[in-house]
Design a protein around this ligand. Sequence first.
Ligand SMILES: Cc1cc2nc3c(=O)[nH]c(=O)nc-3n(C[C@H](O)[C@H](O)[C@H](O)COP(=O)(O)O)c2cc1C
Length: 210
Amino acid sequence: VRGRDDAWTPRPVLILAGAATPGSRTRWVADLVTRRLRAAGASDRLWDLAETPLPPRGGGDAAPEAAAVKELRVWAATAGALVWVTPCYHGSYSGVLKNALDHLCVDEIAGKPVGLISVGASLTAVQACEHLRAVARTLGCVCVPTQSVVTGSGHRGDTPSLHTADNRDVIVRIDRMIHELGALAGATAALRGPSRHLPLGHDYERESAC
Ligand SMILES: Cc1cc2nc3c(=O)[nH]c(=O)nc-3n(C[C@H](O)[C@H](O)[C@H](O)COP(=O)(O)O)c2cc1C
């Protein structure tokens, strides 16, 4: 991967680490993505939902928006691409990641490329990526083709081994994902901005806090 070939710099890539507990394997993988982005010449911003949790998203706009939510929305709006890293829980992505995505508005991220990574005990964690792909589509995002699943049945706090048969190609896949993010960030520029085409097919964001 050559960072200078990629069209998305200088806009940072926003990495969401979607585990609720500090020191998670999800965070370890998010840190790995950060290092690979830097090696590719990209800038990054990491939001760890364990370190900076968000309040539950409710409907409507009655409650004042928390400072952390405002900040995340700015980070999302200014990002050139996103990477969502989630633990796999019961065959899907985490609740805290969904809550964070529910705080975002289509206008902030529509048309931006997204890379998906799930972290689980086994390859069943691939389902979390598949489910996130549907969420990304609803938000108008463009998922890159390469996703990554990091497995390992160790205990909390263990570092996932990149030397197991399942994980051996994780870095190669992350690098390919980063390359695809860069290529698509330029190609999808025309899809961004106010949601003229309403990927949601409904104007409910206008009725809520967005
Ligand atoms: C409630 C719960 C459900 C889980 N369900 C799955 C699952 O369906 N598939 C899987 O591969 N791993 C599953 N796991 C294992 C986690 O995905 C695994 O521990 C992962 O590494 C998350 O770790 P982290 O919180 O340290 O990031 C589950 C763990 C918990 C706590």
